[in-house]
Design a protein around this ligand. Structure first.
Ligand code: GTP
Ligand code: MG
Length: 194
């Protein structure tokens, strides 16, 4: 599937009434500004398939990308950005829950967390929801390039412990350097054929 990234098609931005594509789908979720769109671009070898911004809350709709004839990537809006009003936050939450609960073709949720930060409540709630709904997920600890090598293992261990993850459910990652990219693709490809 990773060899089909050359044939990328943007399918559009959606709130609901998602198109039926009939391909396995991988969703990228996580807090606002954590680096979801960057991770997606990194995996797709693109600079700007998905819009990246230093302003949190840039991705406000669910953006779908078809990766050749292999799979679909869904770039979800980030949650937990303090500076948006509660009404907007709850809209986003509703949109994401509606998507996660109703998307038959969803095979894997790639949950991005910041490798430098302690596990947050909102991430924990999402993981609990995914576990309850039996939706396979992978936690990707991104921006690992911002940690000194000597600090990386400690942070990864904290995240694993905080979310009670199995070793294979957590990948250290950087969109900047591409570190962890092959491992994430391995998981995506496994999920698509499962
Ligand atoms: P929203 O759509 O607003 O929720 O944000 P997002 O999660 O899609 O984050 P986005 O990819 O737009 O990245 C946010 C900021 O983090 C940008 O300034 C990126 O350049 C930066 N960034 C993302 N990933 C990495 C990474 O792995 N390393 C470093 N150093 N910076 C990163
Ligand atoms: Mg984004």
């Amino acid at each position: 599937m990773r060899n089909q990234v050359g044939a990328l098609e943007f399918l559009g931005s959606f709130v609901d009434q998602f198109p039926e594509v009939g391909l396995p789908e991988i969703a990228f979720a996580g807090r606002s500004n954590v680096g979801k769109s960057s991770a997606l671009n990194c995996l797709l070898n693109r600079k700007k398939a998905a819009r990246v911004s230093s302003t949190p809350g840039r991705t406000q709709l669910i953006n779908l990308f078809r990766v050749g004839k292999g799979c679909v990537f869904a770039d979800l809006p980030g949650y937990g950005f303090a500076r948006v009003p509660d009404s907007v936050q709850s809209n986003w939450k509703g949109m994401i829950e509606n998507y996660l609960g109703g998307r038959d073709t969803l095979r894997l949720v790639v949950l991005l967390v910041d490798a430098r930060r302690d596990p947050t409540r909102l991430d924990g709630e999402l993981i609990a929801g995914l576990r309850a709904a039996n939706i396979p997920f992978l936690v990707v600890a991104t921006k690992i390039d911002k940690l000194k090598r000597s600090q990386q293992a400690k942070h990864i261990a904290q995240i694993r412990k905080g979310f009670q993850l199995k070793t294979e459910q957590l990948v250290p990652f950087s969109s900047m350097t591409g570190s962890g990219k092959d491992q994430v693709w391995d998981k995506i490809e496994q999920a698509c054929v499962a």
